[in-house]
Ligand binder design. Structure first.
Ligand code: PLP
Ligand code: ZN
Length: 446
């Protein structure tokens, strides 16, 4: 079976007629100005049985044949079937560990607590999953003359820009990133600088950067790499598929996802939807969209039983990558929430930091966004929404090594709005064996 048998195109997410090639620089529906989605020819994909798809994906998983060892490109027929091999820009993203958090799960009464380690990635966040698809298609579109400007740009809370800068550098394409000045971690700022991107630090927040980038895109000055662009969602869609594959193709009961712009919630749904449509699974998990209390527009909509998410001004959060008040993918995420019988939960600054510290004591090393998801997991378990019989997957979206200021600040007790319960600092001692021996004895007596 050749790749060419499969087809995907853009279409309106709200149902307007018309389809558009995925190589076209198009980010909104030309008819209603709403969001777009990538639609796959599901009938063509039915030429393989569910078992054949599972076998194919298993055979490729973490293999050496380019590009199939990538967790994304190993499922290319479902993602971006038409891109020729020569244009694929891959770091072998995905195929990340699904960690069985036995100690933490035992503490909270969820023996089947799993953490999908999406932060174990080339640039340290799940953003690589979507960026490999987007940059590959840009490279291909540029080659066939579908793109006037190959300058790719994004607004970012730090991880999107790091990922775009890396993939752009691999492809040799120019990258511009717009960051809210002072609101990204040191590592997140260094990443795009190191890759040679043009970094514009703006005196605004993420939502302000997003407004600027949309205007630049509408003027045709740049190719838009934010998750408003559904190509990102296609790659991120593999998270749900891959974690199911890692559970021997059995669907978990719950997935807990830290969310800001809400693209990843839409992606998770799209992956689970496609598995059901093609018969690989017979149900979807329930979804928990986990938000920071300081940036909780979806949580407010959920409480109010509202079908739409009203923008708010996000307050400062240690979970800086989800400090977003006007989420672009809100309509997509609302659909995901409905289809997955979902809930929305929130975590305060203190709760997210404490959840990180608690998880770290069991050997995880958690970034503040994963802390939000874990804090929400703890709350849902306390309330009995999650039970001891549930198999729960928490999506860890980034590597905590990118958030050293936050991690250290916790132990030094310098974080705003956080009262650390588990601070642990170095004990300064002279290099005196007696003094050291005494300290160790005191420790073991405790
Ligand atoms: C981007 C990001 C998120 C949020 O994903 P959305 O698709 O914007 O909801 C969560 N955590 C981290 C670490 C991120 O970089
Ligand atoms: Zn439309």
């Amino acid at each position: 079976m050749t790749q060419q048998a499969y087809r995907a195109h853009f279409r309106c997410f709200s149902g307007c007629s018309g389809t558009y090639p995925t190589t076209q620089p198009l980010y909104r529906c030309p008819t209603c100005d709403g969001l777009l989605e990538v639609h796959h020819d599901i009938d063509a994909l039915r030429n393989r049985s569910a078992q054949e798809w599972r076998d194919l994906f298993d055979a490729r998983y973490r293999g050496h044949e380019f590009p199939y060892g990538s967790g994304v490109w190993g499922k290319r027929e479902w993602i971006a079937p038409e891109v020729p091999d020569d244009f694929i820009v891959s770091t072998y993203e995905g195929a990340t560990n699904l960690f069985h958090a036995r100690r933490l799960g035992a503490e909270i009464g969820i023996p089947e607590l799993w953490v999908k380690q999406c932060g174990n990635a080339h640039t340290g966040s799940f953003k690589d999953l979507g960026m490999t698809v987007l940059v590959s298609i840009v490279r291909w579109a540029h080659h066939i003359g579908a793109l006037k400007s190959p300058v790719i740009a994004c607004a970012s809370t730090g991880d999107t820009s790091a990922s775009l800068a890396a993939y752009g550098a691999i492809a040799g394409l120019p990258v511009v990133v717009l960051l809210p000045r002072g609101l990204v971690s040191a590592a997140q700022l260094v990443q795009p600088l190191a890759h040679g991107a043009t970094v514009l630090a703006l005196e605004t927040d993420f939502d302000g950067c997003m407004a600027v980038i949309r205007e630049l895109a509408s003027r045709g000055l740049i190719y838009l790499a934010n998750s408003m662009n559904p190509l990102r969602i296609e790659g991120q869609k593999t998270v749900g598929i891959e974690l199911t594959q890692q559970l021997e193709w059995s669907v978990p009961d719950w997935v807990i996802l830290p969310s800001g712009n809400l693209g990843n919630a839409a992606a998770l749904h799209a992956g689970f939807r496609m598995m059901v449509d093609l018969g690989l699974t017979d149900r979807m998990p329930r979804l928990c969209v986990a938000q920071a209390e300081n940036a909780n527009p979806m949580y407010r909509a959920f409480l109010a039983n509202s079908e739409t998410v009203s923008p708010i001004a996000a307050k400062k959060s240690h979970a800086s990558a989800i400090q977003i008040g006007n989420p672009v993918s809100a309509p997509r995420a609302m659909a995901a929430l409905r289809a997955m019988n979902g809930v929305v939960e929130q975590a305060s600054e203190d709760e997210l930091a404490d959840a990180c510290a608690r998880a770290d004591r069991t050997g995880l090393y958690t970034d503040p966004h994963t802390g939000v998801a874990l804090a929400c997991t703890f709350k849902l378990r306390d309330r009995g929404v999650l039970t001891a019989n549930d198999r729960v997957v928490v999506v860890s979206t980034a590597n905590a090594l990118k958030f050293t200021e936050f991690k250290l600040g916790y132990h030094e007790k310098t974080l705003a709005d956080v009262r650390p319960q588990r601070a642990n600092l170095p004990i300064t001692l002279p290099a005196d064996v007696e003094r050291i021996a005494k300290t160790i004895q005191e420790l073991s007596a405790r």
